[in-house]
Design a protein around this ligand. Structure first.
Ligand code: APR
Length: 235
């Protein structure tokens, strides 16, 4: 198949060189705070102020002008624009660096830091400020219902049907900057193996490296542009 449709899964590693922490590296987010305390529905029910504080800090970090899309984000936008078949980026990341780089065919399967959701009316609103239990919903006006528009552990990731359809149709699956520890994303490569060519681009071997036809290890800002150039030169 000369120009297969492409599905690209990205994780925190693609944003690392933009200055955002990953989760499971030695200096990662889960080295300083416990998932059970800030990233589950029970944590939010138990202590909403603590959960809001965790995401407010990450939303502020994302607003830092020094945090910009990097060469890896831009390479994926060029691939989407120049590849003669569909390219879908499915990101586990809740930062908006793919969006700001100009990626159009993009699914945030774990939600987005820059959005808030009202549990009382389900409205999802772009949100760049701090959130608290006192925040009034811009849609229904009520307070007490606003939460980060983030998929917590034990919650269903977003747009799984669209992701499944794209995986079924793709001829090339590329995993970038993810440790392969969290399902269902970590299971995508097993879903497409044998039907699609599978490639891992990561700083180092991941938990799923052996599942891939090819693994290219190095920093995303080096290996992703190089991989995209190789694809487009052969297109
Ligand atoms: N370039 C490429 N890869 C990198 C870089 C870099 N500069 N720096 C780190 N990495 C790699 C690490 O080697 C690691 O394999 O990125 C991966 C990051 O893995 P995690 O920290 O586990 O992040 P991720 O895989 O995105 O986590 C998945 O887990 O906590 C949940 O919801 C959260 O979306 C997140 C999910």
């Amino acid at each position: 198949m000369p120009h297969p449709s492409i599905v690209i899964l990205t994780g925190a590693g693609i944003s690392r060189e933009s200055g955002l922490a990953t989760f499971r590296d030695a200096d990662g987010i889960w080295a300083t705070v416990r998932i059970e305390d800030v990233a589950t529905p029970r944590a939010f029910a138990r202590d909403p102020a603590r959960v809001h504080g965790f995401y407010n800090a990450r939303r502020r970090a994302l607003a830092d002008p020094a945090v910009q899309p990097n060469a890896a984000h831009h390479a994926l936008v060029e691939l989407e624009r120049r590849w003669p078949a569909p390219v879908l980026v499915v990101t586990q990341n809740v930062d908006d660096l793919h969006d700001r780089a100009g990626q159009r065919n993009l699914i945030h399967m774990h939600g987005e830091l820059a959005r808030a959701r009202c549990r009382l009316c389900d409205a999802v609103t772009e949100w760049r400020e701090d959130l608290s239990t006192d925040t009034a919903c811009p849609a229904c006006g009520r307070t007490g219902g606003m939460r980060p528009h983030i998929v917590w552990f034990e919650e269903m990731p977003m747009q799984m049907e669209a992701i499944g359809a794209a995986l079924d149709a793709c001829g090339l699956f590329v995993s970038i900057g993810t440790s392969g520890n969290v399902y269902p994303a970590a299971g995508f490569v097993a879903e497409v193996r044998g039907r699609a060519r599978t490639v891992e681009l990561n700083l180092e071997r991941s938990a799923g490296t052996t599942m891939f036809d090819e693994a290219i290890h190095g920093p995303a800002t080096v290996v992703v542009p190089g991989f995209v150039r190789r694809l487009l030169d052969a297109a």
